[in-house]
Write a protein that binds this ligand. Structure first.
Ligand code: ATP
Length: 508
């Protein structure tokens, strides 16, 4: 097993070496928190995207797709509350001159306390063995109780401070908790200030206020302003959903952790329009559905957790995160938000256009409520990679790095390898490649010894390698090698597509 601290660094360098992710404009030393996806990265990303789209649009009769523009009328962002409220509280350390998000400093402090409890539990588990009752231990152990009380107290005060926009209070809390700057180690903090995360640019030739437009900080608003168009043209009745995948932009204050927090990233969002009063039911429904989607990929359930928000975004009535255990801790990959009629009512007010739905069953008109699911494609990409990276020592003592990417998401599904580069094997291998490349992403590789070629495919997560040897010329059979077990079996050429398709399929 690779240690967590090392794992993250290894994943970052593996991503570059094997064409998954490069720093943007690297020859100019990069652009902070902006990344480009290479040949394998773009395939993996497309596959995650397709898996999401299929589960939302193809498999749900009442969910349809949309592709709205990135630029939107500037009033959209006034109505949505982003001009006023899409801000993060930032704080600087005077000694290191490093800038932090005040809320994240406090959240990290809480995470450390949770870690302390987990360590106590691990120790007790070892001591008591099978007899260990975690629930009872949490409820009775004085050290755990004491730490848990601290967590509850900080969490409550933190939520109150952020909900009341109390910046002085946030600074006081950071000082009281004696949070130090990880770089300088000092507690010499500035005041907390608010910082709007939206990027703006000029549209047209006039450089003035009127020509100013924002790069969208979320894809959701494109769905809200189109909801009437979509509802009418697709003749949907409530409840129905609109799904969209697209770029979003945020001028993140602290952009670290590789593609976890980027300034340009991609969201996959679905807004589900419902009858007011049914929000609790649909909120629970979508939390469950989305967790199922994650688990169907085969990532262990223990790697995910649901976390209810104490601090709510300006639009939300209830919100939960699906968090994945990254090498740097449990962090959000997806949010499920009960947004009420906040957005549609605001657009109705600012645009002067009715955003009501006529309910043919009750013969009433009302503004629908919305439950949304919002997942970051790049964060999901990172979660999949982090879960996939393994370093192994094989029976013969050699080492391999293998990405156990869920087959459905793997960039290349099958690579065709002639055992040697002579005796007609390359020609036969090319024929087979031509035959199956219509069915899934294939590669052909004849360079280097077979062992090295297998290593190359393991390193990019190719689930199946097909090897063509002399026997293939006699009886039209090949060996198929499975990435994780490295087991090989002999199958006929005719069966390759069928077998691979069956094994790489994932049902949501
Ligand atoms: P965080 O608290 O981590 O900043 P958020 O709560 O602001 O995230 P949402 O506004 O709920 O995030 O956005 C929905 C999803 O979009 C997130 O779950 C995440 O996967 C993704 N996302 C948000 N910001 C970024 C970013 N800067 N880089 C990459 N993905 C992001």
């Amino acid at each position: 097993m690779v240690k967590n601290e090392d794992l993250f660094k290894k994943i970052v360098s593996h991503c570059k070496e094997y064409g998954f992710v490069y720093p943007s404009s690297e020859i100019y030393d990069g652009l902070a928190a902006v990344y480009d996806y290479g040949p394998n990265g773009v395939e993996l990303k497309n596959n995650i995207r397709d898996y999401w789209w299929k589960s939302m649009v193809q498999l749900n009769e009442n969910i349809v797709g949309l592709d709205a523009a990135i630029f939107m009328h500037p009033t959209v962002w006034k109505a949505s509350g982003h001009v006023e409220a899409f801000k993060d509280p930032l704080i600087d350390n005077k000694d290191s001159k490093k800038r932090y998000r005040a809320d994240i400093l406090i959240e990290d402090h809480i995470a450390k306390l949770e870690e302390k409890i987990n360590k106590e539990i691990e120790k007790a588990k070892k001591r008591f063995g099978d007899k260990f009752d975690e629930k009872m231990f949490r409820e009775t152990n004085p050290r755990v109780l004491n730490t848990q009380n601290k967590i509850d107290d900080i969490t409550k005060r933190f939520a109150d401070l952020t909900n009341n926009n109390d910046l002085k209070g946030l600074r006081a809390l950071i000082e009281e908790l004696q949070i130090a700057c990880p770089v300088s180690g000092s507690r010499n903090w500035t005041d907390v200030r608010q910082f709007n995360l939206m990027f703006s640019t000029q549209m047209g030739s006039l450089i003035d206020e009127a020509g100013s437009v924002f790069l969208r900080p979320e894809t959701a608003q494109g769905i809200f302003v189109n909801y009437i168009n979509v509802q009418k043209t697709s003749r949907k009745k409530l409840p129905f959903g609109i799904a969209q995948i697209g770029k979003a932009f945020r001028n993140e204050i602290v952009a670290r952790q590789f593609i976890f927090r980027m300034r340009e990233f991609e969201q996959m969002e679905m807004q589900y329009f419902i009858k007011p009063g049914e929000e609790a039911k649909w909120y629970e429904y979508w939390k469950e559905q989305r967790m199922k989607w994650h688990l169907a990929l085969g990532i262990p359930a223990g790697k995910f957790r649901l976390h209810d928000h104490d601090k709510l975004a300006h639009y939300a009535k209830a919100a939960a995160d699906i968090q994945y255990e990254f090498p740097f801790g449990f962090k959000e990959v997806e949010g499920i938000h009960s947004r009420t009629d906040f957005d549609l009512t605001a657009h109705q007010k600012f645009s002067g256009k009715k955003q009501q739905y006529y309910d043919p069953d009750t013969k009433e008109s009302y503004v629908p409520y919305v439950v949304e699911t919002s997942i970051g494609l790049d964060r999901m990409f990172l979660a999949i990679l982090a879960n996939s990276y393994y370093e192994e020592t094989l029976d013969d003592g050699s080492q391999r790095v293998v990405l156990r990417i869920p087959p459905l998401a793997a960039p290349v599904k099958v690579t065709i390898l002639p055992l040697v580069k002579k005796d007609g094997l390359p020609e036969k291998a090319r024929q087979i490649t031509d035959k199956i490349k219509n069915d899934f992403m294939c590669q052909y590789d004849e360079k280097d010894a077979i062992g090295r070629r297998y290593r190359r495919q393991d390193a990019i997560g190719t689930p199946y390698c097909i090897t063509i040897d002399h026997q293939t010329l006699d009886d039209d059979t090949v060996t198929i090698r499975e990435r994780d077990s490295m087991k090989q079996e002999r199958i006929s050429i005719e069966k390759i597509s069928e077998i691979v398709c069956e094994r790489i399929n994932t049902n949501v």
